[in-house]
Design a protein around this ligand. Sequence first.
Ligand code: PEP
Ligand code: MN
Length: 267
Amino acid sequence: MTVRPVRIGSVVIGASDFVVVAGPCAIESLERFDAIARAVSRLGATVLRGGIHKLRTRPDAFQGLGDPAIAIVRAVRERTGLPFVTEITDARQVEALEPVVDAYQVGSRNMHNYALLKELGRAGKPVILKRGFCGRIDEWLHAAEYLVRAGCDDVVLCERGIRTFETSMRNTLDLACVPYVKERAPFPVLVDPSHGTGIPSLIAPMSLAAAAAGADGLMVEVHDDPKAALSDGDQALTPAMFDELVGRLEPVLAALRRPLAKRREDR
Ligand code: PEP
Ligand code: MN
């Protein structure tokens, strides 16, 4: 099916360029987010990610900085010039997030949250809809339809792994869903090999495989000091590892005739 490209700030997902979204799992401080953002921007990311409101399995785990992160995003987004995407966990967050967010992310735990989808569909911004970890493809596409029906023309899907009997990896990254969805739905598709595998050494190979399977881009977690990260440090790539990933990706994209999206000033 013909893909309906989605513009996130200055970046288009679902056109010929392959787009890399990167950044930390969670925003931890201005200094750290700024350092990570500068690194990923220099190394090939054209959309910045970073969690403000985190949905954690354990209630005693770091829940994200919440509203104090908004001033941090404002500063870093301005400095890097990169569009910013973050997860929204409650429709009441729209008002505070709106000024600094170029696209909302619906996390895996909320793919089935139809009340949130209906509200977000009306919010006037693109939405990156992650696949529920127990979500079938048809349920994922119906969730996307909730957004479209509520008025959102700019939906991007993101495969981030599903829960199966296999427990060696954090999730089972279902790359076959990429061509399957593309045959049936008009939404651009990203792949998140960070949550999809949970294992840093697997992120680059699965990124190459995602590109070859027809994904329109990646979402990757990067942290400048993974051991000190307040969430998902175990799966974070260091900037050096992210650099290596992009280096390995480029020849694959060249063979696919899909250029890596470039920052506007680098074109
Ligand atoms: C994330 O991207 O930070 C995240 C929490 O992902 P998921 O919703 O896929 O678990
Ligand atoms: Mn994470």
